[in-house]
Design a protein around this ligand. Sequence first.
Ligand SMILES: [Zn+2]
Length: 457
Amino acid sequence: MQKAIAYARERRVTYLDQFRDWLRIPSISALPEHGADCVRAAQWLAGHLREIGLPRVEVIPSQRNHPLVYAEHARDANAPTVLFYGHYDVQPVDPLELWTTPPFEPAQRGDRLYARGASDDKGQVFAAVKAIEAMIATHELPVNVKLLVEGQEESGGEEIHAYVPRHRKKLAADCALVLDSGFFAAGVPAITVGLRGILYTEIEIQGPKSDLHSGVYGGAVPNPFHEMVRVLALLHDKSNRVRLPGFYRAVREPSEEELRMWRALPGSDADLRAEVGAEGLTLEDGRTSLECRWSRPTLEIHGVGGGFSGAGGKTVLPAKALAKVSMRLVPDQKPEAIFKSLDRFVRRQVRPAYRVDVRKLSTGRPWVVSSEEPAVRAAAQAWTVAYGAEAKFIRVGGSVPIVDVFKNTLRLPVIVTGFGMPDDNLHAPNEKVELPAMWDGVDAVIRFFHEFARTRR
Ligand SMILES: [Zn+2]
C-alpha cells in the first residue's frame, strides 16, 4: 500500500495537467448542444483508463449522447470486488458573469482549482482513477475493481437506471463505493450513512372550465385558488408536523448513539439560522435542525401556479390552480403508501364544487446503512487516516437515486463519501476543489481498497 501511495504522490504535477484536460471538456448533460462534449468526456475517461492498464474498458452508447463508461480489472477470483461509481457530467454554468475565471478554463488560485466539475464530480472520479493507477503500477491492487461512471447524473440518470438491472451479473461486487459526497465541514471528513427519499407530486384543482371575469361571476362561481390555499394550509399543524394520516407511522428513529454523534458535530441551530438569513427556524418540537434535516420526513410546497400574478391588477376568476408539492422521506416510509395518503387526504378535503387531480411526478426511496457494516467501517478507517481527522458518520437530507439501485438491485452495501467541501459551490458559479483534499482522496481510496480487502480475509 505504501508503494502505491508514494507512487501517486510523486506524480501530482503530471496528474494535475491530466485533470485540467478533462475539466476543459464542457460535459453539461442537461443541454442537448453539449451532447458531443459529453461523448468526448466519456471517451477521454475511457482512453485514460486504458492507458493506466485496465484491460477491459467500454463506452456504452446512449440515445441522448450520455454514454456510460464501464471498466474492470479482475485480478483474482478469490479477492473481493469493489464497484466504483461517479459521474463525468456537470451542471450548466449560468450565470456566467459571476465566474471569476471561465468555468471550462481550470484556474488555480492558492490550493484551489476552479472549474465546473472540479468537485462534482470529475475531481472525485479522477482521484479514484489515480488511486487505481497507482495500485496497478505498483502491483498493490488488493481487490478486483469495476468502475461505472455515468454521464447523466445531473439530468435524470435514465441510462444507468436502465443499465444496472440488465447487467446484474456483470456488475456483481462485494460493495459499492459512491464518491459523490464529502466532508461535513472543513476539517471533518465524513461517511454518509443515510439519504432521504423523495415523492414529488402536483395537485390541480379546477373550478370553472375557463378563466372568468370576477366582477361578473365572483361570489357564485367556485374559485380554485381559495380551495387550493385552504387545502395546502391543512397539510401542516402548528408544531410543523405533517398532518397526512399515517405519515409518521413507518418512520424509524435514529439510535441514541447516532443522535449523540450528531449533537457532537460542529455548528448550531443558530448558525443555520444565520446561514440562511431567516428570522427563525421551523423545527419540530424538541428536535435539532440536523435531526429535522436528516432523519425526519418533510412536506414542501414549491410553488402555486395559475390565475394571475403579474404586475398590476387583473380581475380574473381563475379556472385552475396548480401546486407543486414534494415530500422528503426517511426509512422506512414507502413513497407509494405516502402518495396514497396524500391523494386520499386531498380528495377528502376538496369540496364538491371543485374537481381535483393529484399526480405523482417522481419517487425515490430513502436509504440508510449501518455504520457497523464492514465496508462502511473500512471507509471510515481509510478516511480517518488519510485526512488525519476522525471521519464522522452523517446523513444527507437530499436524494442520490443510484444508491438505492445499488442496494436493492445489486444487493450491495453502499459507501457514500468523498472529499467535497460544503463551500465548493456545487451547481453554482466558481465551483472549486481543494487540491490537498483531492490528493488526500487518492490516498484515502488506496487505503480503503486495502482496508476492505483486509476485512474480507
Ligand atoms: Zn454529483
